[in-house]
Design a protein around this ligand. Sequence first.
Ligand SMILES: *Cc1c(COP(=O)(O)O)cnc(C)c1O
Length: 384
Amino acid sequence: MTSHFLPFARPDITEEEISAVVETMRSGWLTTGPNAAAFEKEFAARVGGGVEAVVVNSATSGLHLAYEAIGVKPGDEVLVPTWTFTSTAEAVRYLGADPVLVDSLPDTLCIDLEDAARKVTDKTVAIAPVHYSGLSVPNGQLTDFAESHHLKVVEDAAHAFPTINEGKLVGAWGHAATVYSFYTTKTMTTGEGGMIVTPDAEVAKRMRVMRLHGISRDVFDRYTSDKPSWQYEVVAPGYKYNLTDTAAAMGRVQLRRADEMAAKRANIAAAYDSALSELPVTLPTHAAEGSTHAWHIYSMSINPDAPVTRNRFIERMVEEHVGTSVHFIPLHLHPYWRDTYGYTEEMFPVASEQFKRRVSLPIFSAMTEDDIDLVIAAVHESLA
Ligand SMILES: *Cc1c(COP(=O)(O)O)cnc(C)c1O
């Protein structure tokens, strides 16, 4: 028996990230500056598709900026999967618009586009699909849907870096905006942070202005351009969503390591797949031909004939020294969304049913072989 407790997630930080942060701290430039600018360029180049990247202090800020820049306004409706973190929907509310929740597909838990079609009204302006767990919403279907209903697409790619969607990286398909998260548990991290990519120069420009108080020149630009540094203009009531340069320095190293970290997560998923296949659980869906899975989350469901419920399984895993989590508690079950929009469980039959069975196992690149074995043994024991 081991006495050590394996947490659900832990960031994968090496001496390289630590040195990059320390070097930045010694440089005398801590706020948004040369590292943030370089991080944006390197990220945009990695995504491809001729996008511009705008770095921010969270994906939530990024979603807010993206919705604002594409023109979401009070009274508008945005289609959002109920199977997501609250950010995807809350940022719509920041603008006085209404998220309209959509049910999920039972296998991938990504947005059900047939249900989405039923929810389109003459107020619908956009759809915000979530590439849940790191598996993408197939781009052909998504594009057809958006074009046929004349909607803009803001991709919530908080789980999906790096994910290939039908031959291109998520973010490279030319949708209005794609938003990534660098929160501490995500596939790459800056502690807190996020990135937005867009192929539209006007959208990028608006997001850059709104990211920093609605000021027409950012701080670094003010100190490096030939105009006097005290000169700036406020052109809108913007926000304070910029990322520090220390965080950006960490992000640049994490970006360089993203493929190596993704390969480690894919190995963990493969180990779970083969070791858990005989148990009364339904294992996660894999990517279709031409696409890949980022394996941010390894979400399985406890079958109805299993000897324990999902909740009991989670308690048993703790007794076996392994942390697990549930992604997600669908939005329609949370008091704010339920009470504000009058949602019931019956309106989202797939998500409501899946919620009772799903559990996420630890899958982070800093896991050791022993950690992986510990999880596998714990799952077997908890289902015995
Ligand atoms: C983590 C997450 C977010 C929010 O990311 P932050 O960077 O913490 O703001 C948004 N959407 C989804 C699907 C997430 O999992």
